[in-house]
Structures are given as C-alpha cells and as structure tokens.
Design a protein around this ligand. Structure first.
Ligand code: BYC
Length: 475
C-alpha cells in the first residue's frame, strides 16, 4: 500500500519532488485550476465548511478520511494505484509484451486524444452542476453534490498529470485548454455532447450521476486495461471514487420514487395532476428524464462501427471493460453482429469485432443500467401499482452513430417524422415538465428537513446521523 503525501504543495504518490521540471510545470498549472474552481466551481459556497472525504491511501480497504473542509482548500492531488511488477499487455496485437511506462511514439496522438477526451468531461460536469447548491433538497444532498464535484476536480488532476508527465509541450497546452473550454459554450464547448447539456435541477443531477457517471465507469474500466501503464493505474484509482457518484444517483432516484409512491398511496390516486399538486413528481415524468439521460449517455460510447475503437483495441490502448473475462483477447479475425438500418429497415450485419468495441462496451453498460430499473420497479410493484419504468430502446433519440437523427420511438420502431414530433413531449421532458420541476426546486438548509419531492436518505454519511449538519453555509 502506498500512502499519499499531503505535505507537499501538490499531494501525490508519484514522487513528484524527484522530478523538478514536472513539479514546476504542475505548480504553474495549479493556480489556474484554483482560479477555474473559484470561477466555474460550485457557485456561492466557496467559503462554506463541507463534510468531505479525502483519499489517504490508494489501498481499496479504507482509503478515505472524513472532515469539514472549505472546498477551495480540498487537497486535490495525483494518485495512481500501485504498480504491478512485470505487468504484460493482455489484449490486441501485442499480447505478452511488457506494458509501456512511456508513450510509444506511434500511438502518441491517439493516446493524447483519449486522455484529453476523458479529462474534458471532469471539469465539464462541475460546470454543469455549479448552480445546483442554490436549490438543494437537503444538507445531506448538498454535501454529496460537493463531494462529487471535488472528486471530478481530482479526476481532472489525474489526466492533467498524464498530459504534463508524458506529452511534453503539447500535453501542457492541452492541459491549459481543459480549463478554457466551457460546458454549453457556443464557441468553445466541451468535447462530448452530454457534457454540454444543462443540469439545472436535481432530477437531472440524479439522472446524470446514475446514467452519465456510469458511462464514466465503463470508459474508465476500458482505460484501466490500457497497456500504457500510468493511464491504467490512474484509472483504477479513479474508479473507486466513481462508485460513490453512481450511488448518489441511484439512491437519489430511489428516494424520489419512494416519495411519489408514499403520496400516491396517501391520496389514493395515480392522477398526474393530483400527484403534482401534492408537490411530488409523477412516475411518467421520471420516465421522461430516464429517457433523456439514458439516450444522451449512450452517445458517449461513440459509433457502433468505429475504426478509431478498432485501432485503440489492436494497439492495446483501450480494452473492453473487464477484458480478462473475454475468451479471445485478440479478436483479430472474429466478427460480431450488430443492428444497422438499410432502406429504412432494421437489419443485422456482421462486422469485425474490433470495429464493434464501442457497441460491445455500450451493451455491457445497458445491462448495468437495468439493475436500478429492476429495483425501482420492485418498489412500485410492492406499493401496488402496475406502472413500469423502462429503459428506452438504444436506438431512441440518438445523436451519434447509426441511429443518429432517425425517427425511432422508445420501443425501437422506426416511425414517421410526424409521429415523432407529435409524441416527443410524451417521451422527453417538455417545457411544461421542466417548469413544474423548476417549481419544486427550493433550497432546504434546515438539517432536520428534506424537500417535499424526495424522501430523506436511509442513512447518513460515515455513520453520522441523517440530520447531521453536513454543510455550514457561509455566504
Ligand atoms: N459527442 O469513431 P467514433 C466520465 C466523436 S464519462 C461528441 O464514433 P470513438 C464522467 C469522437 O470523439 C467518460 N462527439 O468513436 C462522467 C470522434 O471525434 P474525433 C469519458 C463524439 O473515436 C460523469 C468522432 O466522434 N471518457 O468520465 O471510438 C462526470 C468519431 O468517433 C461523441 C471517455 O469518453 C459524443 N457523444 O470515440 C464526469 C474516454 N462520441 O476524434 C466524468 C475517452 C464520439 O474524430 N474517449 N464522438 O474528433 C474515448 O474513448 C472515445 O473518444 C469515445 C468514442 C468513447 C468518446
């Protein structure tokens, strides 16, 4: 187990003080990050004391210490999992050769692109969520939001370290650019679509942490397989932090559904109007938010048929999540069946497996998403209602790949443009739905209380009481 060094200006477990030029370069980037955090991070809470966890070791058994910290004083640092001696490349064309401790010249630009894309999502999500504190449903939730935010900030540090340490001048320039793009900006937006979508309400926040952070899990798992060892090790540690973010999403959605069911029972009604008048979300609106965030997150896996993905796999840069579970780790001459559209009909087509890597990862992700849906449907069923929440078809409302911009209903059937337009407000949140959600978003800062539309949590953080004052708000 390697303990993390918090004595230095930049906490790390990479022996930064033995590489003075790298240390200097990162110390030069650090104030820019801090400025970005002040300007683009959680708005209005920079002087509040927040009950946060901080990594103290990269060992999976108990790496966290808890305490109140002002977010700008959070000890962002560079932490990689410990090196596995004699690790070998285990997929693609170079199986059995030693993993690389430096970037191979031939793969430099493709690796940099992967690291930059990963890095870009981290500050993007903080920017997307920066105003949510003003409408938090409880201090418990406010704290969770900030925990997620500081950890996304740390994930940015993880990618910036790789850029500085292994990519010389262009790496340093890319690190600067990560603080210059801005989520939703017309001229200089974030790289991937979902990270430019506004998150202005907590329903979207919980959906984002359930669906989009789960894409993070699958992408990080793929990169944790990489033959570029420093990338693999940094992603392995990031995954331990990502788990909490998805849990915030899953429990948040569960608590919304619980509250809705409680009110439906109490009022003995499933009328949308009656439910909404009682200050909770109807299940139909929850379904629309699932549809939106699931479909958008599916795009993050890239095209179904991708030569980029094939190249990354063959070269050993990016594997499939849990690559060792697959029997064939080369997939040189194998094929894979995917669905395509031809003359307005859905057909199966066989393509080289390597070109289908994005789709294979997407399917693993979909299965993982289904777990929460099953749990929520059990809750609904147990309460005596026959409403079922569904994941829409992976073809529905896509912007990337084979199904991009094709009129397809949530069941996956091709429909006319007219039918699409006539129904879109039944399938995705309409302006009216958004207005209603907005009307529910009122800040609750009494530690004993939770907003009308969501149940209190089952348990507090780190064995503390649910009503513990997780954030001391200072204006
Ligand atoms: N929006 O061959 P294609 C996370 C681009 S989330 C816009 O289809 P490829 C987190 C693509 O970049 C995980 N553009 O797919 C979660 C390429 O552009 P260039 C983030 C898109 O190359 C919550 C072109 O289309 N990590 O950590 O295999 C909070 C053709 O690409 C989109 C990663 O994504 C899109 N949705 O790309 C905080 C891992 N999809 O290069 C954090 C790193 C594709 O031709 N990234 N494009 O200009 C990758 O592995 C790959 O870049 C992709 C798929 C997974 C994005």
């Amino acid at each position: 187990m390697s303990n993390l060094n918090y004595q230095e200006k930049i906490p790390n477990n990479v022996d930064l003080n033995n590489d003075l030029s790298l240390q200097r370069a990162l110390e030069h980037w650090q104030p820019k990050f801090k400025n970005w955090w002040q300007e683009m991070g959680p708005n209005g809470f920079q002087s509040s004391d927040v009950y946060l966890r901080t990594a103290i070791s990269v060992d999976s058994a108990g790496w966290a210490s808890y305490g109140k910290v002002k977010m700008p004083d959070y000890r962002w640092g560079i932490f990689l999992n410990d090196k596995v001696e004699n690790r070998k490349i285990h997929f693609g064309d170079n199986i059995g050769k030693p993993v690389w401790q430096q970037v191979p010249g031939d793969y430099r630009s493709i690796l940099r692109r992967l690291i930059v894309t990963q890095g870009d999502t981290e500050p993007a999500s903080v920017e997307q969520q920066r105003y949510l504190g003003k409408t938090c449903p409880s201090l418990f939730d406010l704290r969770n939001l900030f925990q997620v935010n500081v950890e996304e900030g740390r994930h940015l540090w993880a990618m910036v370290y790789l850029l500085h340490a292994y990519f010389g001048r262009d790496g340093r320039e890319e690190a600067e650019a990560l603080l210059e793009r801005y989520s939703g900006d017309q001229d200089n937006p974030r790289i991937l679509g979902t990270f430019n979508e506004p998150i202005t309400d907590w329903v979207s926040f919980f959906m984002f942490t359930y669906f989009t952070d789960r894409d993070g899990k699958y992408q990080l798992k793929s990169l944790a397989e990489s033959s570029f060892d420093p990338l693999a090790r940094t992603c392995q540690f990031m995954l331990t932090e990502e788990a909490h973010h998805m849990q915030v999403g899953e429990t948040g959605i569960t608590r919304m559904i619980q509250k809705t069911l409680e009110i439906m029972k109490k009022l003995n009604s499933d009328s949308i109007e009656t439910i909404r008048n009682a200050g909770v979300l109807d299940l139909q609106t929850i379904q629309k938010y699932i549809n939106f965030w699931f479909s958008s997150s599916l795009d993050l896996f890239g095209s179904e048929i991708s030569s980029n993905a094939a190249t990354s796999f063959s070269n050993g840069l990016k594997g499939r999540p849990d690559e060792s579970r697959y029997e064939n780790n080369s997939e040189k001459d194998t094929s894979y069946k995917i669905e395509v559209i031809e003359s307005n009909k859905i057909k199966e087509q066989e393509i080289p497996t390597r070109n289908a890597m994005n789709e294979i990862t997407r399917q693993a992700y979909v299965k993982d998403c289904e777990v929460g849906l099953k749990r929520w449907n059990r809750l609904i069923n147990k309460a005596g209602y026959d409403i079922i929440l569904n994941l829409p078809s992976t073809r529905f409302k896509r912007n990337i790949g084979i199904w991009a911009n094709i009129n397809i209903n949530p069941e996956g059937k091709i429909i006319s443009e007219k039918e699409m337009n006539n129904n879109i407000n039944n399938w995705l949140p309409s302006n009216k739905d958004k207005e209603f959600i907005k009307s529910l978003m009122n800040q609750v800062t009494d530690p004993e209380k939770t907003a009308s539309w969501i149940s209190p949590p089952n348990r507090g953080i780190n064995s503390l009481d649910i009503n513990y004052k997780y954030v001391d708000i200072m204006q």
